[in-house]
Design a protein around this ligand. Sequence first.
Ligand SMILES: Cc1ncc(C[n+]2csc(CCOP(=O)(O)OP(=O)(O)O)c2C)c(N)n1
Ligand SMILES: [Mg+2]
Length: 410
Amino acid sequence: MTEHGADGADADATPDSATDIDPSTDTDPATDPLADEDLYRVLGPDGSPLPDATVPDLSDEQFRAIYRDLVVTRRFDERAVSLQRQGRIGTYAPCAGQEGSAVGSTHALADRDLISYQYREHGAVVVRDLLAEYLPYWMGHESGTEAIADGNVFPLNIGIAAHLPHAVGAAWAFDHRDEDRVVACHFGDGATSEGDFHEALNFAGVFDTPTIFCCHNNGWAISIPESRQTASATFAQKATAYGFDGVRVDGMDPLASYAVTREAAERARGGGEGGTGGGAVDGDGPARDPRPTLVEFVEYRFGAHTTADDPTAYRDPDDVDPWRALDPLDRMEAFLRETGRIDDEGVAAIREEADDVVADAIDFAESVEPDPSDMFDYASAELPPEIRRQRDELLAAVEEHGEGAFLREE
Ligand SMILES: Cc1ncc(C[n+]2csc(CCOP(=O)(O)OP(=O)(O)O)c2C)c(N)n1
Ligand SMILES: [Mg+2]
């Protein structure tokens, strides 16, 4: 595994015994699209731990919980696309293929840690058990974003990279208040071309904010391929310019995603290498300030950018197939079966549970009674006169004609 440290040299980002993995000797380039990549992995494509890999020290229950959250996320994704096709939710950003990084990384955090994400990392919301509260967002209800904030998840962000400075600000605030909380900030490869990315990472490096920058490199920003996004060899190496560590990981490997995020969280809490000193941490190690980390999750989205996109316009459907060999659900299931942690019955029970959890979330979301004034009231702290006039006009019309007059005929 290579980590691009602040001095440009390789440094350890993960448990010592896991740092020597050379995937190119362990997996077959003919069947593994990441075989020749220099990145951190625990599981091979078939779900077996790679030679010399360190499997995270988790209980059987925790391993199964990761698998359960992967399955719920995939089921949610399938149903959300279907609901959009039926006109029951708005535009949706599918995440199939990318569940491993969102789920694995969130399991490595404490519940008090904050998640700030782009729009595709639904698995993080699943881990926080907020699916029912979240789905209304995709139906256009403001209550969807409001509720997840109570679970330490910031509202999703469509304006690319605009949430990164806010995430760093929140992390800085935690540090100032001596709160033992870190921020995991998710974004895509495309977000790294925005000025906000530079400003946020620069600030985090200078002020030692407890931030984990989770860059989901799925190879595409809608139709723009990675090769047109950056001339850098990797996204992780951009951390070098900001004075902190960057690490590349197989984002379709839930356990590698867990391990790398766990290490980054420790560093963000002031317990890892590379701090500037002066911070107060528990334990015997030297006191250190928190340090940010940039994690590049290398992965692939199986489906369209959104339900409004047709990927065949810019990529060959055959390009997707090799990545299906790295499906995070299949690998995690194979790992659990191989190590005796789950059997047919256990898998069936988790699938059934996932169906139920998602069906309940849909029932709940479809029962939400929207208030037409929501679309005005949350836009600004104080409504500008023109917007207030529009709101009052709409509410008066609803009062006069009834809500039914404004609903689309089925
Ligand atoms: C500031 C801004 N510019 C452009 C867009 C249009 N847009 C929406 S998604 C997207 C691609 C983002 O790609 P990436 O960050 O790689 O995330 P991914 O969709 O691959 O998860 C773009 C350009 C936007 N939402 N915001
Ligand atoms: Mg992308």
